[in-house]
Design a protein around this ligand. Structure first.
Ligand code: OGA
Length: 333
């Protein structure tokens, strides 16, 4: 930290545990669309079930950000309940221009269409999580996800490692920055509403971050000839404060755990999906839930999803603000 209490501009991006190199899934499918190697096949109990829980998706709360910004109490209550009961919600009227998200989708689709050789120019080294490849593979026995990803740190700007930022298609770097700035604004506005419903000053939650770190992960899920045997992304909770996900409007994949059931988050056109991460669960003293999520694969269509993770600076110690630890909670300990 600098002597004035801010973080230095020249510090390095954090480093990560090594990840084992694994095959590129898009290439595997391109070579033979019917092969599903054993390393991707899940145990029977971990596989997606055929029971149709699709109707449950309509119970996932939908929050109107424009109402939150007006201080609408009913919407603030809805947000509070959404984070307690689901840990997930979809946001509409979020202010991200359609043209900005469409440019992002078009550029990402073009990027994934490049040859493997071209994409490998941005390959993720085994001791980093930035670049194109696969993070978090820690054992040769680990069952692998049916996806590839491009992961970048976008904020603060001195964390950016431009060697991992694609040069093709033309303009993609600017598009990523523009999209990420728009998402950062949504996150900041959500933090203002969260601060209010947590009984704090409007800027308090943002302040707890010291510096708002933003990571970006674009997932590519190729089609799979046996979607009932694999998972696009293994069950996990996010370590972030919140995550903001843009999905395609016409391909489903994301599922979240609710009442012990996997519930699909069916896309609402132009909406963003927001979830509570581990940091926020702690800051809310467990009031808000960082729930498990996973992605399933699709038989005929590839799916691309765009996840923006918002974190506090690494050096921030994560503990609930004292007013969140109320007498009821303490008495129960
Ligand atoms: C992730 C994730 C879900 C999705 O990127 O961590 O959970 O729908 N993605 O792609």
């Amino acid at each position: 930290m600098g002597s004035n209490g801010t973080f230095l501009d020249n510090e390095e991006a954090p480093t990560y545990a090594p990840s084992i190199p694994v095959p590129n899934v898009q290439e595997l499918v391109r070579k033979d669309p019917f092969q599903v190697p054993q390393r991707y096949v899940r145990k029977v109990e971990d596989r997606p079930k055929d029971t149709d829980t699709s109707y449950l998706s309509s119970f996932i709360p939908v929050i109107d950000l424009s109402l939150l910004l007006m201080g609408n109490n009913e919407e603030l209550n809805k947000l509070d309940l959404a984070c307690q009961e689901w840990g997930f919600f979809q946001v509409v009227n979020h202010g991200v221009a359609k043209q900005v998200s469409q440019k992002m989708k078009d550029a990402a689709a073009e990027f994934f269409k490049l040859s493997l050789e071209e994409k490998k120019k941005y390959a993720m080294p085994s001791d980093d999580i930035q670049g194109y490849g696969h993070a978090y593979v820690v054992s040769e026995d680990q069952i692998l996800d049916w996806s590839d990803a491009l992961i970048l740190l976008v904020h603060p700007s001195h964390y950016r490692k431009l060697k991992f930022w694609p040069n093709s298609p033309k303009g993609i770097q600017e598009i990523i920055k523009e999209y990420s700035n728009a998402i950062r604004k949504v996150a900041t506005e959500l933090f203002q509403s969260f601060s209010l419903i947590m009984g704090m000053d409007k800027e308090a939650l943002l302040g707890l971050h010291k510096q708002l770190v933003q990571a970006y992960r674009v997932n590519y899920y190729p089609p799979c000839s046996k979607p009932d045997q694999v998972l696009g992304v293994s069950p996990h909770s996010d370590t972030s404060t919140i995550t903001i996900l843009m999905q395609e409007d016409d391909v489903c994949g994301l599922q979240i755990k609710n009442n012990n059931e996997w519930v699909p988050v069916n896309p609402i056109p132009d909406a963003l999906v927001v979830n509570v991460g581990d940091v926020f669960e702690i800051w809310s003293n467990g009031k808000y839930k960082s729930v498990e999520q996973r992605a399933v694969a699709n038989y005929s269509k590839a799916r691309i999803s765009y996840a923006s993770f918002l974190f506090p600076h690494d050096e921030v110690e994560i503990e609930p603000p004292s007013h969140m630890v109320d007498s009821k909670t303490t008495a129960a300990l």
